[in-house]
Every structure is written in C-alpha cells, then in structure tokens.
Design a protein around this ligand. Sequence first.
Ligand code: PLP
Length: 220
Amino acid sequence: MIKESLRQILDRIPDSVTLVAVSKTKPNSDILEAYESGQRIFGENKVQELTQKYEDLPKDIEWHMIGHLQSNKVKYIAPFVHLIHGIDSFKLLKEVNKQGEKNDRIIPVLLQFHIAQEDTKFGFSLDEAADMLSSTEYKQLCNVQIKGVMGMATFTSDSRQVREEFHDLKLIFDKLKKQFFNGNSDFEIISMGMSGDYELAIEQGSNMIRVGSSIFGGRH
Ligand SMILES: *Cc1c(COP(=O)(O)O)cnc(C)c1O
C-alpha cells in the first residue's frame, strides 16, 4: 500500500519537486517500507520522535524537522537534522546557529511565513524577516544557512483562498531572493503543499512538498 501510494504521488509531480514523506506518528516498519522503495527524505514534527527514529533507522535517511520547534530542544536534533523548515523567530535562528557551532556544522533551514488566515499557524511576516535579514547580528551567524521559505495554507476547501496564500508565499520568496539572496543559488526552496493541496502548491511554484496521510494513511 505505502509503496503504491508513494509511486502514485511521484508519478504525479515533476522531477524538480522534492517529496518529503511525513512519517509523524507512524511506526518504523512503515518508514522502512517507503525506504525500500527508494524514499530517503522523511519529515517529523516532534523532536523526541524524530531523534528516536534517527537512532533506530538507516543512517542515509535525510531527516527534516517540519513542526514547531522550541529553542530549548534544538540541541537534540542539531547533530543530524538535514533541514529545519519551521524557523519562525530570530531567537530560534540564533539558537540553531549556536548549536550548529557546537556541532561544527552549518545547519540548513527555511524561514516559516504566516500565510494562512488562521492565527494558530506560526511564522514571520515579510517585514519581520526583512528586519532580521538586514541586521548586523544576522550577518554574523556562520553556522546556519537559510535555504528558502516554508508555509502552510489555511485548512479550508476553498481552493481559491489556498491558491492565493501559496501565491503570497511565492511572492515573499521572490522578494527575499531579490533583496537578500541575489545570485545565491543556495536560496532555492519553497516548501509548501501537503496531502490535500500539493497540486495547487506546485501550480503556484512549490518545489518541496510535505506529504503524510496520502502516503501512510490517516493519523489518529
Ligand atoms: C503533518 C504535516 C504535514 C503533512 O500533512 P498531511 O496532510 O498528512 O499530508 C505537512 N506539513 C506539516 C508542517 C505537518 O505538520
């Protein structure tokens, strides 16, 4: 089942779009089934679960932290995390930098933007991010690398609204690219789209989708 679902999604998306298989709450056996059919990129949203799965599963898996991250927990994932999607404050970015330094690595991250109508979703506004990126304090961070942006659309069946929100994130990406990352080919990722809306997201410029339930089935 997992293999077939994975195949169907990969068949439907362009090669230029990276699929993050969101395995939160799912057992290692499910992850291994996806792994055996070639999937190497997995996403988790809880630090403890992510750390445990990292320890238990093959070491060539690229683990993405996609959920809300508390500063005091960065240290647990800093040694191995491949990409942190949810950087939503300067404070958190500075902590990731500090832990990157301790682990002698440069940690790749995405800035999360608040594009949804709901106020429960975390993230920067464009102004807040621009302030941070203009600051001298930011320019001194040597152990983080901002690789792009991430966002979540409102949970709604109104596809017009979802499309607009994804479009907003694409515009934010373009503005930041022009103003702060011009000529920097490492700033390239637009992480948007989940099981219910990844096709809309790709249509609006996503090149990284985070898909859970369409691969592994529903969660309780
Ligand atoms: C759970 C989760 C997903 C995947 O959601 P599905 O609807 O199961 O595809 C994507 N992104 C984030 C941030 C999540 O927490």
